[in-house]
Ligand binder design. Sequence first.
Ligand code: ADP
Ligand code: MG
Length: 247
Amino acid sequence: MPQPLTDPPVRLKVEHLTRAFGGSPVVNDVSLEVAPGQVTCLLGPSGCGKSTTLRMIAGVERPDSGRIAIDGRIVCEGSLFLPPEARSVGLMFQDFALFPHLTVAQNVAFGLRGPREEKMRRVDDLLERVNLSGYGPKHPHQLSGGEQQRVALARALAPRPRVMLMDEPFSGLDNRLRDGIRDTTLEILKEEGAAVLLVTHEPDEALRMGDEIALMRAGRIVQRGSPYNVYNAPVDRAAAAFFSDVN
Ligand code: ADP
Ligand code: MG
């Protein structure tokens, strides 16, 4: 018997998001969707409005207009504006440091509620998966930059967010470490099944990590597609030039 047609599941749905500062829009009619287990890379040059977009989805910046829904539930529209903790979003920002006075285990457990035993199991499991078993009692200053980044990932994922928002999470790391951490991160994100929106200004990072790329310029999304399509069929000369440094 033929199955009824259903829409593919959408975890994060953003519609017509707009935000201006001092009269000029920095995010201009941005729409996108991300499915569970999918990584969408919001890619574009510095200043094009990527972080502002992400901050509105996170609930730390108010849009002028537009709508955001997570799992079909509207979290932002008109005067409705749920705070970050009511949106089930995990955040990993460039300057979103670990709490220096807490241990690694306490950092990862920070957003967790429930029985202690259960929390400890979740913390141990995540530390193992980011290859930091046994690091629980250490303090952040005893860790390298790459190790701190992996703890930040474990902390963000611990409460099982429905949507994971990452703003240039690897840009502070040196090149030597970056590829390895990108791969580890991607593997864990896929296992956890969150819908991921990853902001980057680096084409090679988007090509490497994205299931989909949303190319942004001057506040607008100018192209959306698979990495293959965006790379091989750029929408215009500027898009082609943007990818031309990738080898
Ligand atoms: P990106 O993350 O792509 O580099 P941003 O979203 O951070 O871009 O910024 C887009 C533009 O909006 C920039 O020109 C920036 O200076 C401006 N902008 C961002 N936040 C504010 C703010 N709170 N007040 C005024 N201008 C801002
Ligand atoms: Mg930014």
